[in-house]
Design a protein around this ligand. Sequence first.
Ligand SMILES: O=C(O)CCC(=O)C(=O)O
Length: 317
Amino acid sequence: MAEGAALRAVRGCLAAFPREARELGCVESVPYLDRPPSPLEFYREWVSPNKPCIIRNAIGHWPALRKWTLAYLREVVGHKVVSVAVTPNGYADAVFHDRFVMPEERQMPFMDFLDIVEKKVTSPSVFYVQKQCSNLTEEFPELICDVQPDIPWMSEALGKKPDAVNFWLGESAAVTSLHKDHYENLYCVISGEKRFLLHPPSDRPFIPYELYQAATYKVSEDGSFEIVDEKTAEKVPWIPLDPLNPNLERYPEYAQAKPLQCTVKAGEMLYLPSLWFHHVQQSHGCIAVNYWYDMEYDLKYSYYQLLDCLTKAMKVL
Ligand SMILES: O=C(O)CCC(=O)C(=O)O
C-alpha cells in the first residue's frame, strides 16, 4: 500500500474507533446503583469495563453529611491557614490565550476564604479550595473522622489504598477545565451539587490537545492579575476546548464526540473511571471529598497510549 493510502486508512480507523467503542459499551446516561456494591461486583461490572456510575446510599452514614455546614467548618478549621486557588475567571489549570495558566496558590486563614464564599466579603477574584495531593489529610486532618480514610469496598476491589484524599469547596464560578488523569476516582458530594461533563477515553481522536507555555496567575499590588511564565517548565499538553461552548470551526472533529453529562447530588458518589475526560462545575459553596486510586498500568493503559500516539501523529502529518 502506498504511504498516502496507508495514512488515509489509519485516519479512517481513528475516526471510526470512538463510535465502535461506544456501540460496545457506552451508555446514553450515567447509571445509578442504589447501594454500595461488593468489591467483586464493583470490579467486574464497573472498574474492569471502565464504566462510570453514580452510587447512592454509600456514604449516608458519614457524620460529614449532617455536620459539614460552613458554620461548622468555620468553628473547627476556621483559624487554619490553608491553600486556596485564586484566579480572575474561575479557571485554575486551564488554557488562557496562548498559555496553560495555573492559579495563584494563596495561603490564607480558612475563615477568610469562608467570608468570601458566604459573601460577607466581596472580591473580584474567584476562590477554590482544590489543592488535591491529599489536601484533606494534609491540611484538614481534623475532618477525616467525619468521612473515611478510604472506601473499604474499593480498596478491597483494587487491592490498594487511595493515593490521595482530596477536599473541594469553592464558588460557583470555579470550573475545572476538561482533562483526564490516571486515577480510579470516587467523587463524593457532601453538600450542594457537582455537574460533570464526561468523555470516554475512546473519544481521544476527537479531543484536541496543544502544547502550551506554563504560567501562573499572580495578583499585583493594585489587585489586578498578571500572568507570569514558568520559564524552566516544559511545555504542557492541555485541551484548549471549552466543551460547553466548543469552537467547532477550529476543532471540527469535536462535533462527533458525544459527551455524557450528570449531576452528582449531596450524599451521592460518582465513580469516574481512569482516563475519562472530565469537566466539572459546581453549585456555590459545594463541599466534596474524593478518593484517587492509582489505575493499573495494564493493557488498557497501553492501548490508550497507542490511541493517543496515533491521534497525535495524524495531527502533525
Ligand atoms: O471537582 C473538581 O472541580 C475537579 C475534580 C477533578 O478533576 C478530579 O478529581 O480529577
